[in-house]
Design a protein around this ligand. Structure first.
Ligand code: COA
Length: 380
């Protein structure tokens, strides 16, 4: 016998169109291709802001004054270092472990070193958010070094999150052009309303579990190929296609076989994803900078074919792939980079959920049998 409210065949596949939370953090207008953070258009933020300023905005609902921005920046930088035990533990992990699994595991373990990690009042949870925002990039970059038998690079507190991440990853400080592109890429990935991983963090926060548990769950959700994992899949696809001349036949065959073209399509945007506008520009910029233009040209051709044949548009992952590739970043690090940015949105949503919490507990539409008679195991 079921209990509670009966469902009547109304379950929405994938919860499409279901409004599951109130939030002032970000909003996506899928019809018009508009993304806003706390009321500000993503294009304005990409053009004028910095990732650190956007973090303040997402957490506090307004742009910071100069001294507030300096204070938050200093707090985050003071937390770039991760406990030595975490780095030591990483050295024992299998070298072929996926970086998202390593980041997820280490973020979960960071909880041990934060006495506020399980507190859900705003001040405590904010302190954990600052720590995590400072540390997640250090973990991701350290793993890429450790698995390649290199020593992790000690974070440099004189650098921004974007500069410091590229520095720790590559062992050399980025030039101003790459640092700016990367900073904007972090702004573009910071929040996206109730996407799968953010929803996950809110569901966990709704139980009043601590910040680290929420973010660990968010990282797990982001790792899937239909979510943050798509950027790596895009680059694998480009490498598989190999040359511009192969694109048409490859896409045609993939569509015939009903394979999805990675980085194309979006659950909400029915027009150009505004983040893709910037990343297309960066992919071109990196192509010009490095003289390796084929990845950009192939991407452009795929974009055109998918638009003409299917009326579909690229999403955030499509051009970030070739941008990061030409920055010399390993393919499987693209999704951790997404996490280095999205930590800001996730933590913002967790703070928002804690501030006005209600346990998130939807119903399922039961479609299984009822009233079956129990048969003892020997008689089955
Ligand atoms: N390539 C080819 N066909 C695609 C496609 C793609 N990238 N994305 C969607 N379609 C097709 C589906 O095959 C389906 O066709 P059908 O109706 O003939 O079966 C139709 O479009 C609807 O697809 P569906 O997956 O149900 O839509 P959605 O709104 O759930 O899809 C995504 C959103 C993002 C999951 C989907 O577009 C996708 O898988 N894209 C590739 C992965 C990706 O880039 N993810 C990152 C998202 S930011």
């Amino acid at each position: 016998m079921s209990t509670g409210t009966e469902t009547t065949g109304t379950a929405s596949a994938g919860l499409r169109g279901v409004v599951a939370a109130q939030s002032s953090i970000g909003d996506v207008n899928g019809e018009q291709g508009i993304l806003i953070y706390q009321g500000y258009d993503i294009h304005d933020l990409a053009q004028h802001s910095t990732f650190e300023e956007v973090i303040f905005l997402l957490w506090n609902g307004r742009l910071p004054k100069q001294d507030e921005l300096e204070a938050l920046t200093a707090d985050i930088r003071a937390n770039y270092a991760v406990p030595a035990e975490i780095l030591a533990g990483m050295k024992y992990m299998p070298k072929d472990a996926n970086p998202m699994d390593v980041v997820r595991t280490c973020v979960s373990a960071l909880d041990f070193y934060d006495k506020d990690g399980r507190k859900t009042d705003r001040d405590s949870a904010m302190r954990s958010a600052i720590k995590l925002t400072g540390q997640i990039g250090t973990i991701a970059a350290a793993w890429d070094r450790i698995r390649n038998a290199k020593d992790p690079v000690t974070p440099d507190a004189s650098l921004s999150i974007a500069e410091n991440f590229l520095y720790m990853l590559r062992g050399a400080k980025p030039d101003a052009e790459e640092a700016k592109m990367f900073d904007i890429a972090l702004i573009l990935h910071a929040d996206h309303e109730l996407n799968a991983s953010t929803f996950t963090t809110r569901v966990v926060a709704g139980t009043l579990a601590g910040m680290y548990g929420c973010i660990t769950a968010g990282i797990a959700a982001l790792a899937g190929p239909l979510h943050g994992g798509a950027n790596t899949a895009v680059m694998k696809m480009l490498i598989e296609i190999g040359e511009l001349d192969n694109v048409d036949a490859w896409v045609e065959k993939a569509l015939e076989e009903k394979r999805k073209i990675m980085g194309i399509g979006h659950a909400v945007y029915k027009t150009e994803d505004p983040r893709a506008t910037w990343l297309r520009k960066f992919s071109k910029q990196m192509a010009d900078k490095t003289g390796e233009s084929k990845w950009f040209e192939m991407s452009q051709r795929i974009e055109k074919l998918m638009h003409d044949k299917k009326g579909m548009y690229p999403n955030v992952d499509f051009y970030s792939a070739s941008t990061y590739y030409l920055m010399g970043i390993a393919l499987d690090m693209y999704t951790p980079i997404f996490a280095v940015s999205r930590i800001s949105g996730w933590t913002g949503h967790v703070l928002e959920q804690y501030a006005n919490n209600k346990l998130i507990r939807p119903r399922a539409e039961y479609v299984g049998p009822r009233d079956l008679k129990y048969v003892p195991i020997a008689e089955r």
